[in-house]
Design a protein around this ligand. Structure first.
Ligand code: AMP
Length: 278
């Protein structure tokens, strides 16, 4: 695997190749099987796979969250080599941002006033700013995003459309731990006890899906809120029942799909998100 630290070296290498089909997997590192699922899919579909590892400060609204973000670069490199990732781009912040450069402002047509956007101010402006930069440098044919970050996936689709970029956004289902907890780099910050407690996020989502015919959405929401309020060390931030394409709130489930339930909660000091689509 070739490793690049600067956009100039990366783009001049890419432009020296003849007709590669480029698949791109942006990550913030601390790689786990969820990231590897994206990379494996990219390897299957593309002739050249580029992974990036960059913890993008403009998408964080909390310094503590940014500063505590796990960094496991050497084991990330071993994992990437094992699955035959072709190129890794690990830039320094100065390669991507001018000093004091802020995130650009975007409008995502109704995808961005709720959930992650509401609770992490400016988050998607930061995400879109860095993804636009990456897309301009790497010019991928396909880019891979996890359904675990459903709102991000839809925002990136919208961004690609707005910028009129010829990039296919490929979504990959969520990979989970045995207890159902969605894999996440932030899980590395959880104690063994909290790792177990955190499985209640997905269990709640599964409960709602399994009981969609038995209770109204309001009742389901109230039941889950009660369960969370009874758990010390767990703080439910939101639980939203939405259309899985528009993210608009729903009050009844649709018969034939397009339903999503999205959740965010703190377990101890660690903020986790998850969703279920059905
Ligand atoms: P991150 O490093 O957290 O920014 O994630 C990089 C990419 O991996 C994003 O597209 C995420 O949605 C995706 N991802 C993170 N966790 C998972 C997971 N458990 N299953 C599938 N994809 C994931």
């Amino acid at each position: 695997m070739l490793i690049f630290n600067t956009k100039n070296d990366l783009s001049s290498y890419l432009s020296s190749l003849t007709d590669p089909l480029i698949g791109f997997v942006p990550t913030m590192g601390a790689l786990h099987d969820g990231h590897l699922a994206l990379l494996r899919k990219a390897k299957k579909q593309c002739s050249l796979v580029v992974c990036s590892i960059f913890v993008n400060h403009t998408q964080f609204d909390s310094k503590e969250d940014f500063n505590s973000y796990p960094n496991t670069l050497s084991s990330d490199i071993t994992k990437l080599e094992k699955i035959n990732c072709d190129l890794l781009y690990v830039p320094d912040v100065s390669d991507l941002y001018a000093i004091d450069e802020k995130a650009k402002h975007f409008n995502f047509n109704g995808l961005d006033p709720q959930m992650e956007a509401k609770f992490r101010k400016g988050h998607f402006d930061g995400v879109a700013t860095i993804i636009e930069k990456f897309f301009n440098i790497i010019k991928p044919h396909k880019a891979y995003f996890g359904q675990k970050d459903l709102q991000q996936l839809l925002v990136v689709k919208q961004l690609t459309k707005q910028l009129n970029l010829p990039i296919e956004i490929v979504s990959v289902p969520t990979i989970r731990e045995e207890n159902g907890l969605a894999m996440s780099s932030r899980n590395k910050l959880l104690s063994p006890k909290h790792l177990e407690t955190a499985s209640m996020l997905y269990k709640s989502l599964e409960f709602c899906k399994a009981n969609k015919g038995n209770f109204s959405i309001t009742d389901l929401k109230n039941r889950i809120k009660t369960q969370f309020s009874e758990q010390l060390e767990v703080d439910l931030e939101y639980l939203e029942f939405v259309n899985s394409n528009s993210l608009q709130t729903i009050s009844v489930f649709k018969e034939n799909g397009d339903n999503a339930i999205c959740i965010a909660a703190f377990v101890g000091r660690v903020r986790l998100i998850d969703n279920i689509i059905f």
